[in-house]
Design a protein around this ligand. Structure first.
Ligand code: SAM
Length: 372
């Protein structure tokens, strides 16, 4: 099994390299309007610069969103019918003309997407708890001038049209093989995510990362596992450090991505080896988590009726019996900004192994980036 990944270092307002109805899932996070770290990017447009300079907050907010709208318009074109778009966005607070103002980025994007014809599905609140004493805004302990803290971002979830259809025998088998565990469903499909850790450690290219606004690998990994099947194409029109790309590679999906800032190119290339290893560890954690779940369930005396046909372990529902998790092994750069990832597939039971659960604890050779 192979997955292919392509990055275009150009703006995503016109994704000329992406055919209509060719993308199965979008997972992305745009620059956030009215958050200062993104001012310079939005203010490349003179009218936006002028509005901000004039402290015309609502006008600047609207102009920034008009720039993003052009990308959202493209999503409708490139998604297949039944395809899903997940947009991670935080609201902004800012002092404008000496007064407090909140800019509801999530509702502005939501209304534009509804206008395009997308269906909004139940959204997820990603709770980003902070213990910083400075998180409270406004007038301390004196009512009524203090403001509630903004400790969450929203993952907006949209679908283009009705439910996606899986019609051929192969498509139906692939969908069953792409299933997730029952206990993962219970955690992932909750409307508030409290358990996501922040982004990965800062390394050498610290400055670039700091201005990247990266989301955690787990956020992309979950959304891709929840809303696409193996072999699908995942699009990120605002790639940044490559989180969506690496999560797509870890889940056996293909990807296409756009990023305006080509300084991310060398960083992403450098990160591939570590990303493959991270994917393998995440998969190991899924198996370990499931086996622990089975032990706990057995200990509590609750029966588990089904068994996975490939790995042999018990599973709660029939939908999990054909599930497989391909294990990424190595990555190869096939052209500039094109990468191919190869996978190990589990051996079916009865082919000599007691269980096909992969052993990833030993150091693996996957960390190597093979250049052509
Ligand atoms: C919030 S960051 C994305 C972070 C990413 N999710 C990650 O985990 O690293 C937004 C990214 O979009 C890029 N960007 C902004 N406008 C763009 C555009 N019109 N086309 C493509 N990329 C753009 C920025 O350079 C920035 O890297």
């Amino acid at each position: 099994m192979i997955s292919n990944h392509r990055i275009c270092f150009t703006g995503s307002e016109k994704m000329t390299d992406v055919a209509p109805r060719s993308v199965h899932l979008v997972v992305t996070s745009p620059p956030y309007p009215m958050i200062e770290m993104w001012d310079a990017l939005f203010c490349r447009q003179a009218a936006t610069r002028k509005a901000l300079d004039n402290q015309a907050g609502l006008q600047a907010f609207d102009l920034m969103h008009r720039q993003l709208d052009r990308v959202w318009d493209e999503l409708y074109r490139v998604l297949i019918p039944g395809g899903i778009a997940c947009i991670n966005i935080g609201d902004a607070t800012r002092t404008i003309n000496g007064a407090f103002a909140l800019y509801p980025n999530h509702s502005r994007i939501l209304s534009h997407m509804l206008g395009l014809g997308f269906t909004n599905l139940p959204n997820i609140l990603w709770r980003k708890q902070t213990n910083s004493p400075n998180k409270f805004m406004g007038s301390g302990m004196m009512p009524p001038g203090a403001y509630v803290t903004l400790e969450h971002e929203t993952i907006l979830i949209f679908r283009k049209g009705g439910k996606r259809l899986f019609t051929t025998r192969e498509e139906k088998i692939n969908r069953r093989q792409s299933a997730f565990f029952w206990e993962e469903r219970n955690l992932w499909f909750s409307d508030v995510w409290m358990d996501l850790k922040g982004t990965r450690q800062k390394t050498g290219r610290q400055k670039l990362r700091q201005r990247s606004g990266a989301y955690p690998f787990e956020l992309a990994y979950r959304l891709i596992s929840m809303f696409s099947v193996m072999g699908d194409t995942v699009l990120d029109p605002f790639l940044g450090t490559g989180t969506t790309l690496f999560a797509a590679a870890a889940t056996g999906r293909n990807s296409k991505s756009y990023e305006l800032d080509d300084a991310f190119g060398p960083l992403i290339k450098e990160e591939w080896g570590r990303a493959i290893e991270q994917g393998r560890q995440r998969i190991r954690k899924r198996f370990d988590g499931h086996l622990q779940f089975v032990r706990d369930r057995n200990a509590s005396g609750k029966a588990i009726k089904h068994a996975n046909r490939v790995y042999g372990f018990p599973v709660i529902t029939r939908q999990e019996t054909e599930m497989i998790i391909p294990l990424p092994v190595a990555v190869e750069q096939t052209m500039p900004d094109h990468f191919s990832v190869t996978y190990e597939l589990p051996e079916p039971l009865g082919t000599g192994q007691a269980s096909a659960v992969p052993k990833t604890s030993k150091p693996n050779p996957a960390g190597q980036l093979k250049l052509f």
